[in-house]
Design a protein around this ligand. Structure first.
Ligand code: C2E
Ligand code: CA
Ligand code: CA
Ligand code: CA
Length: 275
């Protein structure tokens, strides 16, 4: 602690210094990671709750660092967003996911939808819609087999701009899902205006079903909301048969979670969920 004039103290904290240095190191490592092909995708199946049929997969990025090994993705996403690197990583994810989905189709599997997470920075980028178009052309994937996941919080920011972009994406024929739904503060009037196909109920609510009556109520409310908008609902983070049973009674359309499968490599998905 350094003494300043009067009663003011500046807390000089070695910890904070270390954290900042670590962040800078992570940024440099992240820049290299793309060139070094250290990123890869896992896919988590999304299945029809009534039939169990695979309707799609969510692509989830992973980083295998040559020295440190596998690094928890949530820390990376935050640093990647702050440094702007999420734009390059996001572009790579989008292309890789579209390419894989096209590959499955060419191999003769029944077509499914691949869902890709889009961060705020990507959506805000003026060329985002063009980029998506270009990647669909390059990979020759039909737009209806791509879905973009935009979190509720992001969807509710920059309302006018985002609405315009979502409409443009929709015109291309891409699906749009609102991710982590229930954790933000949606205005119902605005939600009704969004050109969306799906709500994904956040895992935090599913986690407490059936123990917590309030969570079940919230899940029910979201399902009814989606029904009134004539769009689909996915429950994410479904881990038990009990949750699955209750959800199927409420009219939920799709489920995703460890009960069905953890995120897995494309080969595994192919054998267990597409064959
Ligand atoms: P998310 O989009 O909400 O993805 C779902 C997360 O829940 C994934 O974590 C998945 O592995 C996990 N999950 C799925 N089912 C279960 C379950 O039954 N139980 C539990 N406990 N967890 C389950 P993951 O892969 O660690 O990703 C975390 C977050 O990182 C994602 O949350 C997403 O916000 C972000 N993320 C991942 N990949 C990408 C990406 O390519 N681009 C962007 N922008 N964000 C990504
Ligand atoms: Ca997601
Ligand atoms: Ca989610
Ligand atoms: Ca989440």
């Amino acid at each position: 602690v350094k003494k300043q004039g009067g009663d003011n103290y500046i807390v000089y904290n070695q910890e904070i210094d270390n954290i900042i240095r670590e962040e800078q190191k992570l940024e440099i490592e992240l820049e290299n990671a793309l060139d070094e092909h250290e990123f890869y995708l896992l896919y988590q199946p999304v299945v029809d709750i009534a039939t169990g049929k695979t309707q799609g997969v969510e692509a989830l990025v992973r980083w295998n660092h040559k020295v440190y090994g596998k690094i928890p993705i949530i820390t990376i996403i935050k640093t990647a967003e702050q440094s702007g690197l999420i734009l390059d990583i996001g572009k790579w994810v989008l292309k890789e996911a579209c390419q894989q989905n096209k590959k499955w189709q060419l191999e003769g599997y029944d077509p499914i939808i691949v869902s890709v997470n889009v961060s705020a920075l990507q959506l805000d980028h003026p060329d985002f819609v063009e980029l998506v178009k270009k990647i669909l052309e390059e990979t020759e994937l039909e737009p209806k087999y791509l879905e973009l996941e935009i979190t509720e919080t992001v969807a509710m920011e920059n309302v006018t701009e985002n609405l315009k972009k979502m409409k443009q994406l929709k015109e291309i024929g891409i699906g749009i899902a609102i991710d982590d739904f229930g954790t933000g503060y949606s205005s119902l009037a605005y939600l009704a205006e969004l050109p969306i196909d799906k709500l994904k109920v956040d895992r935090s609510f599913i986690k407490d079903v059936p123990e917590c009556a309030d969570s079940m109520e919230i899940v029910n409310t979201i399902i009814n909301l989606a029904k009134s908008m004539r769009i689909k609902v996915t429950a994410e983070g479904v881990e038990t048969m009990h949750q699955h049973g209750l959800l199927s009674k409420t009219g939920c359309d799709l489920v995703q979670g460890y009960l069905i499968s953890k995120p897995r490599e494309s080969n595994y998905i192919e054998q267990k969920f597409l064959a």
